[in-house]
Design a protein around this ligand. Structure first.
Ligand SMILES: *Cc1c(COP(=O)(O)O)cnc(C)c1O
Length: 387
């Protein structure tokens, strides 16, 4: 077997990114400035959004979006349990009540057909998460939003480059929030972007992200600027730095190539693991879309094995294959079990996936040999532990 550990993900950082960061460091301007402006503009154009506002993370973007929408304490927000906890935690932190809707068993995206029964007079928004980079079925979600006057906030952390019926995520009639964490399809180290056609929301998020200051600092210190500013509301400190955007402006032109390579590896896994009865492979949604393949997440059929999912991951690690866990369902985490208990068997598909899911290595720099090693190790672990 391989002698070197293969991580489940690692970013592709090349000379262009490194040189651009060095350029920022030497320029005398390292925080929010011209490179952030450029990255915002180029990302906005790439996804086809009228407005894009950069932030220090997607979590910050979700936070400020919820504040900008001015919901009231106790208002309800519908979302999925198969997500990173921050999607749901930020609702709690804003005084909102998260209402969890079960997922589809194949795509692991929110089941749009089960949303209607969870809508109440207090429902204000739906937050679909494009799981693993595959678009949720947005048409029925937008239909419900129109019928009940709800805002759609897309958690697009996995979905830079994803398309739904020929349109890029980020250009739909909603507010979309992207993440540039190192594991995501492109990275700025840490970072996020709020994309929307709603100018008022974009302006409010821009104000809230930097002290509620009426003018951004770099403009004040620029040759043509004046140093005056005004605090028009109490704001946060969620701005992206130029040394982060320096990475982003060289990552973005590579995004489509990254997705192509991720897709090749995912298809290789699909092909090589198709006959493995102990795995349930990720399913393609039936509508037209472009899957960004942020994650490759088979479910391990633990009934057929003498080990559980965590044991499966541990044995892969012994064979030098790293894995990720995306995700233990949100309602299964300690705080949520204590504070947002879900009725028994109310989220059966999420519970099923939560106990069986793992993320196999998937990143653009992986070689064909790496991918073959993963397949071989998965088959070895299964053969060893078959009941
Ligand atoms: C990564 C992630 C987030 C949070 O993004 P950050 O940029 O780390 O704040 C939110 N939701 C999902 C689904 C994610 O994968």
């Amino acid at each position: 077997m391989r002698s070197e550990f293969l991580p489940f993900s690692t970013p592709t950082i090349e000379d262009a990114e490194i040189n651009e960061v060095v350029d920022s460091l030497k320029s005398g301007w390292i925080t929010t400035g011209p490179k952030v402006k450029r990255f915002e503009e180029e990302f906005r154009a790439y996804v086809g959004a009228p407005f894009a506002v950069s932030l220090s993370s997607a979590t910050a973007g979700l936070h400020l979006t919820l504040l900008a929408l001015k919901f009231r304490e106790g208002d309800e927000v519908i979302t999925t349990p198969m997500t990173f906890a921050s999607t749901v935690s930020i609702c709690v932190l804003c005084g909102l009540k998260p209402v969890l809707v079960d997922i589809e068993p194949g795509t692991l995206n929110i089941d749009a057909g089960k949303i209607r029964e969870k809508i109440t007079p207090r429902t204000r928004a739906i937050i679909p998460v494009h799981f693993a980079g595959q678009s949720c079925d947005m048409d029925p979600i937008f239909d419900l939003a129109r019928e009940f006057n709800l805002t759609v906030i897309e958690d697009a952390a996995h979905a830079a480059g994803t398309e739904y019926k020929g349109r890029k995520i980020g250009s739909l009639d909603s507010i979309s929030i992207f993440s540039f964490h190192p594991n995501k399809n492109i990275t700025t180290g840490e970072g996020g972007m709020v994309c929307t056609a709603d100018e008022a929301i974009a302006e409010e998020v821009s104000l809230l992200k930097f002290h509620g200051m009426s003018r951004e600092a770099w403009k004040r210190f620029a040759v043509s600027g004046t140093p005056g500013y005004d605090i028009v509301l109490p704001g946060f400190k969620y701005n992206m730095m130029d040394i982060q955007a320096a990475l982003g402006i060289h990552q973005l032109p590579k995004l489509d190539g990254f997705i192509d390579r991720r897709t090749e590896i995912a298809h290789f896994y699909n092909q090589e693991l198709a006959d493995v009865a102990e795995l349930s492979l990720p399913a393609y949604a039936p509508y037209s879309q472009r899957h960004a393949w942020h994650l490759y997440t088979p479910l391990v059929k633990i009934e057929r094995l003498s080990i559980d999912r965590d044991g499966f991951m541990a044995q892969l690690k012994e064979l030098n294959i790293g894995t990720g866990l995306h995700y233990k369902a949100v309602h299964r985490h300690a705080w949520y079990q204590a504070n947002l208990p879900q009725p028994e068997n109310s989220l059966p598909n999420a519970d099923y996936a939560s106990d069986r899911i793992l993320s196999l290595p998937l990143f653009p720099k992986m070689t064909q040999e790496d991918a073959r090693d993963v397949v071989e190790a998965v088959k070895i672990v299964i053969a060893r532990n078959r009941k």
